[in-house]
Design a protein around this ligand. Sequence first.
Ligand SMILES: *Cc1c(COP(=O)(O)O)cnc(C)c1O
Length: 426
Amino acid sequence: MYYVSTRDVNKTKITASKAIVSGLAPDGGLYVPCEFPVLHDFMGKSYEEIAFNVLKLYLTDFSDDELKEYVQLAYGKNLPVKINGDYLELFHGRTSAFKDVALQLYPYLLTASLRKNNVSKTAVVLVATSGDTGSAVLAGMANVPNTRAIVIYPAEGVSPIQRLQMTTQEGNNVHVFGIKGNFDDAQKAVKEIFSDEKFKAGFADKYIFTSANSINLGRLLPQIVYYFYAYSESRCSGKINFVVPTGNFGNILAGYYARKMGLPINKLICATNSNRVLDDFFKTGVYDTERPFYTTISPSMDILVSSNLERLIYENVSLDMFDSDSVTDEETLQTIKDVYNSKQYILDPHTAVGQCAYDKYKKRTGDETQTMILATASPYKFSETIESALGNVLNNPPENIKHLSNKPILHNEVIDNIRKAIGNIL
Ligand SMILES: *Cc1c(COP(=O)(O)O)cnc(C)c1O
């Protein structure tokens, strides 16, 4: 299996490991697979078996033994995925958000990819985060040999627990900086550094830059797995819908890839908050990022530029398989309340956006197809919002969140010059 950049007219093919080492393509494009293999073997299989079967089709320059070992190390003891009724809970990993699913595996894929490409330099994993990626990258990369992780987050745009998860992260190779501005400013700055050959050349004797944002293939592929797993575990026999709370379009894109691989998905329902660039795109066909930015109670979806959409557009797809809706903060809070009252189930604000978009979809279409809603974060991660919706305090947080307030703050710098900050570290 080979990969090409979405922006390369010559369609130069590279291996999976090379794509993982590079992150973003040198031309600014994103790496996509040249074809979509069909996955036959997933019904009734364990998560690890499905993960191995999916990855084997894409990571053809990895051996079976390598893939088995990495899958075991990533998921053997701590499977971040659970199915709870109609909810595909993806938040049982180290930082209580769905990004852990990919980031528990990614460091193994990265270090093996470096080895396969004879890169002896230290890999600098540079990421922009709206909150959850940062903590998941830091937890995944902490103390991984021959790597450094540098995380840039909007100082005013993350929840208190997201901030604490980042600023208390231990590890001799991790660095965290707040910036003034929003997530798009952080993402833009990081993308500029990736395409700034002169800046990178200044460190090229010792370091190679890569990304662990969802633009990296090593993040995207592990996310395909849970769509197959959910279908298998739900004992679905016909088609299935998935509702995906969406920001950078990485999660839902993995669902689209699963569909290309033969999973009988009826609709992929893209749920956005008031930052509804994607909802407008699916409704009108126009992708217009020139619009006001809103800070919402689902901050991990506060985004104007949705990077992974470029991968979908590259496939030249008919958009019929997608549906979408946008959900306001008021609707989100009301949904948290309603679902708690009717099912005693507490939704985090992102998952509540998904639930509300699905409720609207069902009302609008009458579609009765079996549906799973991807639950992307633990409600404990956004406890202030939950408490304002339900009026009561959440008890019994998961261990990783319970201990946060006792941990020392190790990173509290807010910077305005990212290049300078990187220079100081390296
Ligand atoms: C990152 C994130 C999302 C958005 O996922 P994308 O892959 O960026 O579309 C949704 N919910 C939560 C809780 C997240 O952390």
